[in-house]
Design a protein around this ligand. Structure first.
Ligand code: HEM
Length: 470
């Protein structure tokens, strides 16, 4: 028995010494300093628990300095998102063998992972400010306005499916026996794929937005066939729903839970309303152009509740900013929350939700645009940001203008977000801490009016990232 104990103890000691030596001998003097850990390689893996399998054998380089972000983002193919994106897509979308080949394919003049690299170009016109985005935004404004009108009778079937799919995303991502450990999510994914398959087989996409059509065409051009055409839509709905819904929730929460914020914000929105007789017309283009407090609340919600991390694969040895060696095969991470909690970038009140933070004012220092990672940045900057912003602003502006919310409990209690999954870049509230509210139509001059929500054309987007500032 004692000899067994001695054997185990010496085994642990040998492993520890081996890992220390491995770190010391493979750590180049030019690499960024390694974090102090109790047991090299193992401690970070234990810390990352569920995600560990994904990162085994990898060197993780974490960029926390705001100044280094542009240097990293400039190296689009050396610090590349496409390899990671393609592998994630295979597992989460559940693509078939042929679809997998398309996602891993190289193309002359483009490089490896051509599908992911060419995707942004394929959808660019449909999601950038201009006529195609206007058309999609107009439909979205109509649908959102109608759904607010029909709040009570709305059927949430599609949403429920997504709620069943989302909890299993990480299991699917890591390919940890999803059929066993995320059975309900896999079944929900099958049902979503069937619904999309019916949509494409019946040619309904031909009546769809420019975004839907350009995405479809990209798949066809790249050789995606059969049910994979439907499966590849899963990536889009994760991006769209995982972030848009919690972002809308937090804007409403922070507006209604503070009477001053509500008053200032509602005043701004009502100033955009044109009343003729019994009809009140709200043009969302005007909301976007003149409701700077509402836009600031949205950006502050993305900052305050943001959990996104930009990830890049190091495709060749690279000396970042001429100073830090990043070795091929490593992973670079730019955690958004680190930027979002920087006092240097946001000032001493960084830990507070400050609804005016992003309103330009001569008396307030403007936050560093590079330190705002709500929509990421560089080559993977969110292409859907203009569409998402219009959709969210439509929904929250109409709700704030038309309804009053009172907490069912006697006071507002901010829900925690510690059970948030990794699918989104903004943390949703914990499902078991839902905020129950009593909703009543607002009294006052707008009471009983017929609402007409429209979107006039606009070729300008709002400033949502450092890249949007000209
Ligand atoms: C509030 C809503 C949204 C937020 C907060 C958000 C945020 C983000 C973030 C942080 C990234 C990663 C950027 C990076 O790693 O540097 C991203 C990527 C992406 N988003 Fe969004 N997003 C939203 C809505 C949408 C919508 C509605 C669409 C589609 C119309 C969309 C499409 C995409 C796509 C395709 C990418 C990948 C870009 C690439 O790989 O090059 N997003 N988004």
């Amino acid at each position: 028995m004692p000899s067994n104990v001695i054997l185990i103890a010496s085994g642990i000691a040998t492993t520890y010494v081996f890992l220390r030596c491995l770190l010391a001998f493979t750590q180049d003097a030019k690499e960024p300093p390694a974090l102090e850990t109790a047991i090299p390689f193992l401690s970070p893996m234990i810390g990352m628990r569920k995600k560990a399998k994904f990162y085994i054998d990898l060197r993780l380089y974490i960029i926390n300095s705001t100044e280094l972000i542009p240097a990293a983002q400039k190296q689009v193919r050396i610090l590349d998102f496409a390899p990671m994106e393609s592998k994630v897509a295979i597992n989460v979308m559940g693509s078939g063998p042929e679809g997998k080949k398309v996602l891993l394919r190289s193309e002359e003049g483009v490089g490896d992972y051509a599908y992911a690299i060419l995707f942004d170009k394929a959808i660019h016109a449909s999601v950038s400010p201009g006529p195609q985005l206007d058309a999609m935004n107009k439909s979205s404004v109509e649908i959102v306005a109608r759904s607010v009108e029909e709040l009570a009778s709305r059927s949430p079937a599609r949403l429920k499916l997504f709620e069943r799919f989302e909890p299993g995303i990480i299991i699917m991502l890591l390919n940890l026996y999803p059929n066993l450990l995320a059975r309900d999510s896999v079944q929900a994914r099958r049902e979503i794929v069937d619904a999309f398959n019916d949509y494409f087989v019946s040619h309904a996409h031909e009546e769809g937005s420019a975004f839907v059509q350009s995405h479809y065409q990209h798949k066809i051009d790249q050789g995606v066939t059969g049910k994979d055409v439907a499966r590849f839509e899963i990536g889009a709905i994760v991006g769209i729903l995982s972030n848009t819904i919690p972002a809308s929730f937090w804007v409403l929460y922070h507006t209604f839970s503070d009477p001053t914020v509500l008053e200032e914000c509602r005043k701004e929105i009502l100033a955009c309303c044109k009343v003729e007789g019994n009809t009140c017309t709200l043009d969302i283009a005007e909301v976007k152009a003149s409701c700077s407090i509402l836009l600031s609340i949205l950006k502050e919600s993305l900052r305050f509740h943001g959990i996104g991390t930009s990830v890049r694969v190091v495709t060749q040895d690279h000396l970042l900013d001429g100073k830090y060696l990043l070795k091929k095969g490593g992973i670079v991470m730019i955690p958004g929350p680190v930027q979002h909690s920087s006092t240097l970038a946001y000032g001493e009140d960084v830990d507070r939700f400050e609804h005016m933070r992003f309103v330009r004012s001569p008396t307030r220092k403007r936050p560093s645009p590079i330190a705002f990672r709500g929509f990421g940045g560089g080559a993977t900057l969110c292409p859907g940001r203009h569409f998402a912003t219009t959709e969210i602003l439509t929904f929250v502006a109409v709700i704030i203008a038309r309804f009053d919310f009172k907490p069912v409990r006697s006071e507002w209690v901010c829900p925690k977000t510690d059970k948030a999954g990794m699918a989104g870049t903004i943390a949703p509230p914990n499902l078991d801490e839902d905020v129950e509210v009593e909703v009543t139509p607002t009294a006052g001059e707008m009471a009983g009016k017929i609402w007409n929500v429209v979107l006039s054309a606009s070729d300008k987007g709002v400033e949502l990232s450092a890249e949007d500032i000209r």
